[in-house]
Design a protein around this ligand. Structure first.
Ligand code: GLN
Length: 259
């Protein structure tokens, strides 16, 4: 079990084998709307505050994904027109490489359009289905109305708050479990009060925001999962999350006030 020095306090540095975290940001040119890139910044910074060396690479459609490199994939949201380009890339060798990377123990966080394309398929309005990578047992089809607004969720690790903006309705298959239960907003489909999906170390959800800066417990869960791939089980040193918790509380208050 490894303990990490808290960068927030003058703390004797543990003499530890240097840890490194490798993040691949999937399709940042096409799939990073509503502040989703802030999730990569949060993962980077919360790792660096703990003395963990972080490298971030981008993957764009047409490049060759290296299934052995990433410890963590981030896949943000995007519009339907971007999703069909991305879907095409994932139908080629890059889809198989992404599945191979996940099977090797890499973690993943996907938001909205990215979430939909980690599932089996996304069926847009008046267009053919866009096949997904199939690493989440979920299916999405466009609904008759757009879900837009604050989203507050009760999850096993604590509260999660953000905002949603999607017309896709996502339904979970038996191999995925919900990330949480909707307290405010619509979540996966506005019907079954579920939000998001978790399968192994892969998480998908509709929480834009960006999500991780004001929901630090989830950021640390993902960092821990990702580090485990090459370093074995780790215990992350706690950080001073006063500001993060204040931001979450404020967003939760706004979400609750608008119900
Ligand atoms: N185009 C998808 C939908 O409307 C995803 C949108 C998004 O990523 N915010 O459901």
């Amino acid at each position: 079990m490894r303990f990490w020095p808290r960068a927030a306090t003058p703390y004797p540095q543990c003499i530890m084998e240097a840890m490194a975290l490798r993040i691949v940001h999937l399709f940042p040119d096409l799939m990073s709307i509503y502040g989703d890139r802030g999730n990569v910044l949060a993962l980077q910074q919360r790792s660096r505050w703990r003395g963990i060396d972080v490298e971030v690479r981008s993957h764009t459609a047409g490049a060759a994904l290296d299934p052995d490199w990433a410890d963590l994939y981030f896949f943000g949201g995007g519009q339907d027109q971007g999703q069909d380009v991305v879907g095409e890339d994932l139908q080629g060798p890059n889809g198989a490489r992404l599945r191979e990377g996940i099977a090797s123990g890499a973690a993943a966080l996907s938001i909205c359009g990215g979430y939909q394309l980690l599932g089996h398929e996304y069926v847009p309005d008046g267009a053919p289905p866009i096949p997904g990578a199939g690493v989440l047992d979920v299916r999405t089809t466009v609904g008759s109305r757009r879900f837009v607004g604050n989203l507050l969720v009760k999850s096993d690790g604590g509260a999660l708050v953000g905002f949603e903006n999607h017309s896709g309705k996502t339904y979970l298959g038996p191999r995925a479990r919900p990330l949480g239960r909707v307290l405010v907003g619509n979540g996966n489909n506005g019907e079954d009060r579920t939000e998001g999906a978790v399968q192994g170390r892969v998480i998908g959800c509709y929480l834009h925001g960006s999500l991780l800066p004001k929901n630090p417990w989830l950021a640390d869960r993902l960092i821990g999962w990702a580090l485990e791939r090459r370093h074995g089980p780790v215990t992350l040193a706690p950080l001073d999350d006063t500001a993060e918790h204040a931001a979450q509380a404020q967003a939760m208050e706004v979400a609750r006030a608008r119900t």
